[in-house]
Design a protein around this ligand. Structure first.
Ligand code: 16G
Ligand code: ZN
Length: 533
């Protein structure tokens, strides 16, 4: 029909501005499309098309597009789509995105009709809305232009938020589609989180242990920019925020940031004088991961990762729920990487149920939604507390009278916490508010349980897809026989645990091990690697 002919013509004409210049396969993985920036121009154009049509297929609801390669090196880039509730893209559209990204320019126009317009009955001339954001990578500017061209090709409203963190894009999309979540602007985000934080941190009696000084490692990325906005917004009497790796000199994610600290289990080398009694906080390149660390009285480096943050959230929010007397279920979701000590602490000491989901935020988030308050964190520092709409309205109503301080505080945490997705700065504010509320030092927090020593290795293999797993990636299914060999090795180690999984973002297989001592964890990790390869 005429409308299809017209659309095909538009796609043909505009795609020629962003031709597919290579035939490297690029798939939509756990973090969207991600690879070398120079391979992505045509993919970005196509993502523009897809985002506009996704919005139109959902009656014009806002859809998000974020251009970033997160913690990866600066020359990489990537893009992911955000669905209307602020969640990750629906799986069927992930598959469609992969298939459309890898077609030739000639095949594309017809495929748009056959794979999107027809099966989803999309009126491509109906209204649509896309929210666009990008990180600070130099390549993100031109790649954003390609997305914009794709959106314009379909004809769709676009709001471009320029340089912005990934979790802000999730917040903006969610609040645009559900105004009870807040004002869908950057200002609205800043005001909501900082307002909740300020109100919690000006309550209660004088603090004797909590030290309101933090040093934030911005990974030389957008996190530093957003953190600066919060620092300007929050009175320095409440918290003193010193930002390092703010992008003024060093390279993005280079020897700094949350991934560097977590993977190397050390502090960024540029922090020349490790200061005692200060909390250091490392963000990643798009500000959705956060890792705390400090130097103890013996000047030893101590790291508090996503598991430690999860347990702090669980302990505090769980306590507030109890004190408020509200009938709300609370649970915690981890991935296989969670330190065994954290799992035991949450289950045995806090008495809060724990479940395990495969790596990737969408799996954890999904599992967390089974609770009224579902806390989820990956050990790498990516996570949040997801409040169900039932819990949000219950808490809000109960807090109105102001009678029970615990209920009021719980309500303020629903403002501080970006419930749509892991948000480094929101998590940071929540941790600080909890430490303030409990009048804790970072040592107090750290002393709750001791991490088991652990080791993570990556192994290059010819074909990582021969390894398949089950039980939330904790058991190898194929090649056959591998799991029983791993079991035999693990059995030799005290507190031993190990698993093997193919990476979803790199062409490697990852091996994780933990045991009673660091030497044993390292040895177990090598032994298991040898079993597999
Ligand atoms: C992606 C995931 C991250 C996960 C990582 C694992 C999202 C938004 N991001 O970056 O949560 O930890 O992949 O990478 O889900 P791997 O599969 O290479 O180990
Ligand atoms: Zn990230």
């Amino acid at each position: 029909n005429a409308s299809e002919v017209l659309l095909k013509q538009y796609v043909t004409d505009n795609a020629s501005q962003h031709p597919r210049k290579h035939d490297t396969f690029i798939g939509y993985g756990t973090a969207g499309f991600r690879t070398g920036a120079d391979l992505l121009d045509h993919v970005m154009f196509r993502v523009g098309l897809i985002s506009a049509l996704r919005s139109k297929s959902l009656g014009g609801k806002a859809i998000g597009v974020m251009i970033t390669a997160s913690h990866n090196p600066e020359p990489d880039n990537g893009v992911k789509l955000v669905d209307p509730l602020g969640e990750m893209l629906a799986p069927d559209w992930e598959k469609l995105s992969t298939s459309l990204a890898n077609l030739s320019d000639d095949e594309l126009p017809q495929a748009i009709i056959e794979k999107l317009i027809k099966p989803y009955s999309i009126d491509w001339q109906a209204p649509g809305l896309v929210y666009l954001g990008r990180d600070t990578r130099p390549s993100s500017v031109a790649l954003a232009k390609a997305v914009i061209d794709g959106i314009a090709c379909i004809g769709c409203e676009l709001i471009d938020f320029d340089v912005v963190s990934t979790p802000i894009v999730h917040y903006l999309v969610a609040s645009r589609n559900d105004e009870s979540l807040g004002e869908p602007t950057r200002e609205g985000y800043l005001k909501k989180l900082s307002g909740g934080f300020r109100r919690v941190c000006s309550q209660g009696k004088e603090k004797t242990r909590y030290n309101p000084t933090i040093k934030v490692d911005g990974a030389n990325g957008v996190g530093a920019i957003v953190m600066k906005e919060f620092a300007d917004e929050i009175d320095s009497d409440i918290i003193k925020i010193d930002i390092v790796y703010d992008g003024s000199s060093g390279r993005l994610n280079h020897e700094c940031g949350a991934d560097f600290v977590k993977v190397n289990q050390t502090y960024p080398p540029g922090l020349i004088t490790p200061e005692k009694a200060i909390r250091f906080i490392s963000l990643d390149g798009d500000a959705d991961r956060v890792i705390y660390f400090y130097f103890d009285s013996n000047n030893a480096f101590r790291m508090l990762d996503g598991d430690k943050i999860a347990t702090l959230f669980a302990e505090h929010l769980g306590g507030l729920v109890k004190q408020s007397g509200l009938s709300l279920s609370i649970g915690l979701v981890q991935s296989a990487y969670a330190n065994g000590s954290s799992t035991n602490y949450i289950q045995d000491v806090l008495g809060i149920p724990v479940s395990c989901a495969p790596t990737g935020v969408k799996y954890l988030h999904h599992e967390a939604m089974k609770y009224d308050i579902g806390i989820y964190f990956e050990a790498n520092g990516h996570g949040t507390a997801a409040f169900s709409s039932k819990s949000l309205s219950l808490i809000k109503d109960a807090a109105k009278s102001g009678e029970n301080p615990a209920t009021v505080e719980l309500y303020e945490f629903t403002n501080i916490i970006n419930s749509t997705v892991g948000d480094a700065i929101s998590d940071l504010l929540a941790v600080e508010a909890i430490l303030y509320s409990r009048d804790w030092t970072i040592e107090d927090w750290d002393s709750k349980y001791a991490d088991l020593p652990n080791k993570l290795m990556k192994v290059l293999v010819k074909d990582r897809t021969v390894i398949t797993t089950a039980d939330a990636e904790r058991k190898v299914v194929t090649p056959e026989g591998v799991q029983s060999k791993i079991d035999n090795v693990v059995a030799k180690y005290k507190n031993g645990r190990s698993f093997v999984r193919p990476s979803g973002t790199e062409d490697v297989v990852r091996v994780y091990a933990e045991a009673d001592t660091k030497a044993n964890a390292d040895k177990l990790c090598s032994e298991v690697s040898a079993v597999v390869f």
